[in-house]
Design a protein around this ligand. Structure first.
Ligand SMILES: NC(=O)c1ccc[n+]([C@@H]2O[C@H](COP(=O)([O-])OP(=O)(O)OC[C@H]3O[C@@H](n4cnc5c(N)ncnc54)[C@H](OP(=O)(O)O)[C@@H]3O)[C@@H](O)[C@H]2O)c1
Length: 265
């Protein structure tokens, strides 16, 4: 089966293309690096010829409100009709758990607009909502840093490994469309501030992490459960501490408040 991966050179896309290929699928990575640009439409008709499934794991190169909205809406308005013309039978897109609760942020307004275009198109679809990637935790810390302080809201998160995201997407891509959102997440829940504090400590990073109920998460004021998936989420197998050791060679020890005990039971 020919499966075109839009954004197939990115963090998730490159893992997904490899995973699909290992499972005998004809996976094609499509991105500006390979001459396919969903914003301009360049190369789209040609790469979609003969494709059964398209998985869109692209991301905007710039995240200011106007740029990101332009990226996701223009891309989808080019991609979905091109898929219809090529006879694609399943459009899979990667988005974020809680997107419809996070619209204080321009990034999530753009992701929601992308989702609405998919739901309104003629192509059968599955929208996969993933929680934050383990690989994104440094970015969360950096975005919340002011001098030596990292101020984070004490919200709960249930992050997951990019490898597990790719595994889940590969499974969805070869199954029939669900025409709804499905959720995927990691195996454990954490306090956001606690996880980042423990991660920085394990790296000997001198920044001090403050749990601040007034602090914003990418411009959003999340309540305790805003970032969590629902009960039906499919959980990845990789635990954060194992991923951390594998990635850095260092050992991460949780302080008693960072991991929610119930999820580790
Ligand atoms: N970060 C998180 O924790 C998180 C959580 C849940 C869901 N997500 C979602 O996951 C998705 C993928 O994220 P990622 O971190 O894997 O992204 P990434 O590593 O930044 O990769 C972005 C990909 O998009 C491609 N791209 C950029 N402009 C394009 C265009 N005009 N036409 C076609 N392709 C284009 C890039 O191609 P080039 O390499 O050629 O530039 C690259 O392959 C995003 O949609 C994001 O919303 C993220």
């Amino acid at each position: 089966m020919k499966i075109v991966v839009i954004g197939g050179t990115g963090l998730i896309g490159s893992k997904l293309v490899a995973n699909l290929g290992e499972n005998g699928q004809d996976a094609v990575a499509a991105s500006p690096n390979s001459g396919v640009n969903t914003v301009t439409g360049e190369g789209l008709a040609s790469v979609l010829t003969g494709a059964s499934v398209v998985v869109d794991v692209s991301n905007a190169p710039e995240w200011d409100d106007d740029a990101v909205m332009h990226f996701f809406t223009t891309s989808s308005r080019n991609l979905l009709p091109a898929e219809a013309a090529a006879g694609v039978g399943h459009h899979v897109a990667l988005s974020v758990v809680g997107t419809d609760r996070l619209t204080e942020s321009g990034y999530f307004r753009a992701k929601l607009a992308q989702e609405e275009l998919i739901k309104g198109s003629t192509i059968p679809y599955t929208i996969v909502h993933a929680t934050q990637f383990f690989e994104f935790m440094n970015g969360i810390a950096d975005e919340a840093t002011d001098g030596n302080m990292v101020r984070l809201p004490p919200a709960l998160i249930q992050p997951m490994a990019a490898d597990d995201v790719a595994t889940a997407l590969a499974r969805v891509a070869v199954r029939p469309p669900k025409n709804r959102i499905v959720e995927i997440a990691g195996p454990d829940q954490f306090r956001l501030d606690g996880l980042i504090r423990d991660m920085l400590a394990a790296r000997n990073d001198p920044r001090e992490v403050i749990a601040d109920p007034q602090a914003r998460y990418f411009g959003i004021a999340p309540s305790e459960r805003t970032l969590l998936p629902g009960d039906d989420a499919r959980l990845g197998a990789t635990r954060f501490e194992d991923w951390f050791t594998h990635t850095t060679g260092q050992t991460l020890r949780y302080n008693s408040r960072s991991v929610i005990e119930a999820s580790h039971a």
